[in-house]
Design a protein around this ligand. Structure first.
Ligand SMILES: [Zn+2]
Length: 286
């Protein structure tokens, strides 16, 4: 008995984790850098992020795409998760991002070094990713830390198709939570069933203490356009940078449908309600 236990302990875990293993690692953890084991989401799509921040790996036989990098501290665990799934870091060819805040892009510089991948960015996120600093128009400017500067090699556009091996991902400009907020869509198949996956960026109206959305009419207009757009997206399987914002873990373990209609509409409606509530609060404290 002792001998077999020793053998089991010596063999490193491989492949995606069970939900039980995920819970053992993550229950009670509230930080953004707490290492989580990798999870299989659907088809060629995996979550290699931390307990509370999503990082997606979309794989093909000719190179992979990574979306987001969590915090700088999380980079080693993200790299370890990719390898645990049986993929080579050097096969990660492209990296994309949701938005330019340290909890989602802080690990990208280090992951670029480890993989050699090319970073893609919208023009609206380019300077921030290159410098590690927030844009002055960001509602959170001045209130959150910067992040390690990365090196953008591909400039994206709205409704832009990115190809890697047989993969095709589309990038969408969805400003609001941050000026450079970007959402992503792709098709993924499993057992002959194909779905449209939407990695919709954060839609929460979070700001620095003195910031007033009501004083930034054009920004709020763009934010509302984003909410309308996300609400109407073709969307079979929604994933969000903060897993809790779309009950991602609960859906992965079957407590709610992983694939199904209305996920993006509900997510956008929540964002709209929170933005309306924030504007009402500002109007009441003129
Ligand atoms: Zn953010």
């Amino acid at each position: 008995m002792f001998a077999s236990l020793a053998v089991a302990a010596a063999v490193a875990a491989s492949g995606p984790a069970t939900m039980a293993e995920w819970h053992t690692a993550c229950d009670g953890k509230e930080g953004w850098s707490d290492p989580a084991p990798p999870l299989h989401v659907f088809g060629n799509t995996y979550d290699v992020g931390t307990c509370n921040i999503t990082v997606l790996l979309i794989t093909s036989s000719k190179g992979h795409v990574l979306l987001d990098g969590a915090t700088a501290e999380a980079a080693p665990s993200i790299a370890a998760n990719i390898e645990r799934l049986g993929f080579k870091l050097s096969d990660v060819k492209l990296i994309g991002a949701s938005h330019e805040h340290y909890d989602h892009v802080g690990g990208i510089a280090e992951l670029q070094r480890r993989t050699g991948a090319t970073l893609m960015a919208m023009p609206s996120a380019y300077v921030q990713l290159q410098t590690g600093q927030l844009d002055k128009n960001d509602p959170q400017f001045g209130s959150v830390a910067g992040f390690p500067a990365a090196n953008v090699g591909i400039m994206l556009r709205d409704a832009f198709d990115v190809h890697q091996g047989g993969l095709r991902l589309t990038s969408w400009m969805t400003p609001g939570h941050a000026p450079g907020s970007t959402s992503w869509t792709w098709r993924s198949c499993e057992n002959k069933k194909c779905v449209t996956i939407v990695y919709a960026d954060s839609v929460s109206a979070v700001s620095a203490k003195d910031y007033r959305y009501s004083g930034h009419k054009a920004y709020v207009r763009a934010f509302r356009d984003t909410l309308r757009f996300i609400g109407r997206m073709r969307c079979d399987l929604l994933i969000t940078p903060h897993p809790g914002a779309s009950q991602f873990i609960e859906r992965l373990e079957g407590k709610a449908p992983l694939v199904g209609p209305g996920q993006c509409a509900a997510y956008a409606a929540n964002g709209r309600a929170a933005l309306d509530a924030r504007l009402a609060k500002e109007a009441a404290t003129k």
